[in-house]
Design a protein around this ligand. Structure first.
Ligand code: C2E
Ligand code: MG
Ligand code: MG
Length: 556
């Protein structure tokens, strides 16, 4: 039996040490040598005190010995030193052995190396508190630190700031280059941000393209502005991903405790609101939170919510604005213009909601509805003998970059049986500057169906003439802003003349938009620009009124 016991002790994976009542070591098992590096020769005859390490206090050991000498079992986990000086976490149990008279004769210590457990626990805590993509603190850890910072600052009458940062147009990078590239960009960005802020400041990733920065050591609002600007500036140099140069900017909202909130939730919400304001103000800037913003955001949110239901509630309607040949006074085409009949706000004009449609992605279903409705209308006019009318439809870049777009358009053409040669799609210059090779093939495919293309708002974008040769463009629409002052601003007149001259040499049609007065009309005529769209002839009107005008025209 004794022999059997001896085997058990020698083969057990845990450390076993036996000492006498004074702590003089009498026995150690093989696991002891394996774990600590000390051989029995090194250790037998030495006192247990030999293992004391300065990682535990004197009080710690005093408590241990008083427990043991009172004849009680002592359990704890502590740091121990190996022979090579390295440390390990051990979970120990020391049991006093007593004789018949209840006098302590020996101590038997067992110990287990729990370093791996502790390492796993630390790693787990790290995982729970960090974002796996960028290794930055995540929302959990950020909220913890923010709470601590607020309490500390309150105590010392200091300020805490939260900077809420959202990348501008990150989604389009994900969409065009793929998620993996998007992830790489986020990683590179994180490194830049880390270098930009000071070591003690916390930057966290809240998921997606949202980063949040905690600053609790700054002097005045002014130095906050400097930090925010520094972060925006850090994005000025493009990123390189898979050989692509990527430009990205960000919008930042700032809230400061205690003014803008005294708890983490309020501070974060207000910084988020300020960030939205920064987006509205043209992106790539930072804004401080102010109370007035809250009201504004509620307005914006309710508009967004309403907009989500507008399509199913049939609240959209198309108006049509005539395009007229000034020489004959006859309508040769119309432009379909979207209107939103809001139950309370009344008629909402597109400039108030198109960008919201784009941001929310709603532009895709709404754009399809616009195309369908315009094509049905065109077909109807053609069937009632007004086969000369061209139909122009505006496209947003988001719609155009969608791969399904061409297929959807083909279906619409088939279903509505519209004559595609009378369909003109209005694009903007910026749509053509991006992503050219895929755009060229998309345009050519549509062009093969007979569809024509116009450049809208010409002169306001890059005005690069290069693409006019590369793309199958038929029509240029001179932006309204050049027409407005054409009678007295010689620069505007010169620009209009140049655009008109260029379209002539490239054999393109040219339409002047937003012509309001006869004086403007006369100048355009002398410059040989005869196609006119503007209130001088007619504003955009409901389909029924256009039908009446077209019918009148047939009679004269
Ligand atoms: P746009 O394509 O440049 O359309 C011309 C705008 O000028 C229209 O504004 C039209 O009503 C306005 N306009 C025309 N003649 C005159 C004039 O003599 N004086 C003045 N002051 N304005 C004139 P609207 O309808 O408010 O549309 C604004 C913009 O919204 C459009 O500019 C277009 O970019 C966009 N949009 C309209 N409908 C759609 C649509 O169905 N899809 C997309 N993606 N965008 C649309
Ligand atoms: Mg247009
Ligand atoms: Mg325009």
């Amino acid at each position: 039996m004794l022999n059997h016991l001896r085997h058990v002790i020698e083969q057990t994976a845990d450390i076993i040490v036996i000492s006498d009542v004074h702590g003089i070591i009498e026995y150690v098992n093989p696991a002891f040598e394996k774990i600590t590096g000390y051989s029995p020769d090194d250790i037998i005859g030495k006192n247990l005190v030999f293992f004391s390490s300065d990682r535990q206090s004197k009080k710690f050991y005093a408590h241990m010995w008083s427990t043991l000498l009172a004849g009680k079992v002592y359990r704890n986990s502590l740091m121990n030193k190996r022979k090579d000086g390295s440390m390990f976490h051990a979970e120990i149990t020391i049991t006093p052995l007593v004789d018949k008279n209840a006098d302590i004769t020996h101590f038997i210590a067992t110990a287990r190396d729990i370093s791996d457990d502790i390492r796993n626990k630390i790693q787990l805590t790290h995982l729970v508190q960090h974002d796996s993509l960028t290794n930055l603190p995540n929302r959990n850890l950020f909220l913890d630190r923010l709470q601590q910072a607020i309490s500390k600052a309150h105590h010392h009458h200091r300020l805490v700031a939260v900077l809420f940062l959202d990348l501008d147009r990150f989604k389009s990078i994900n969409d065009s280059l793929g998620r993996t590239a998007g992830d790489q960009l986020l990683q590179q960005l994180s490194e830049r941000f880390k270098k930009t802020i000071r070591e003690g400041d916390t930057i966290a990733r809240f998921g997606g393209d949202e980063f949040v920065i905690l600053l609790d050591d700054f002097d005045s609002d002014n130095s906050l502005s400097l930090i925010a600007q520094k972060i925006l500036n850090s994005l000025a140099i493009p990123f390189e991903i898979n050989g692509h140069e990527i430009f990205i900017s960000a919008s930042i909202g700032i809230s400061i405790s205690p003014h803008d909130g005294e708890d983490p939730d309020t501070l974060l919400r207000n910084a988020d609101i300020a960030m939205y304001r920064a987006k509205e103000l043209g992106k790539n800037n930072f804004q401080y939170y102010s109370e007035a913003m809250t009201a504004h955001v509620f307005e914006y949110l309710s508009l967004e919510n309403n907009l989500r239901h507008a399509l199913e509630r049939n609240e959209f309607i198309l108006y049509y604005q005539p395009q007229v040949d000034a020489r004959s006074g006859k309508i040769f085409g119309v432009e379909a213009l979207l209107r939103w009949q809001h139950p309370e706000l009344g008629m909402v004009m597109p400039n108030n909601f198109i960008s919201l449609l784009e941001e929310t992605g709603l532009i895709e279903p709404v754009g399809i509805w616009v195309l369908e409705t315009a094509c049905k209308q065109s077909r109807q006019w053609h069937q009632s003998g007004m086969g000369f009318v061209h139909m122009s439809v505006n496209l947003s870049s988001r719609q155009f970059n969608n791969n399904h777009f061409i297929a959807s358009l083909q279906n619409i053409i088939k279903d509505t049986q519209v004559n595609p040669q009378y369909l003109e799609l209005e694009l903007t210059e910026s749509m053509l500057m991006r992503n050219t090779s895929s755009i060229i093939s998309a345009l050519k495919n549509l062009n093969n169906l007979g569809v024509r293309f116009a450049i809208d708002d010409f002169g306001t974008g890059y005005s690069s003439l290069n693409y006019l040769r590369r793309f199958p463009i038929d029509t240029i629409k001179i932006d309204r802003s050049f027409i407005r002052d054409i009678t007295h601003d010689t620069d505007d007149l010169a620009i209009c003349s140049a655009i008109i001259g260029m379209t002539q040499s490239l054999s393109l049609n040219v339409i002047a938009e937003g012509v309001e007065t006869h004086a403007q009309l006369d100048i355009l005529k002398t410059k040989e620009c005869h196609y006119i769209q503007g209130n001088v002839f007619s504003p955009a009107l409901p389909a029924a009124e256009i039908t009446r005008m077209l019918a009148d025209q047939l009679l004269t």
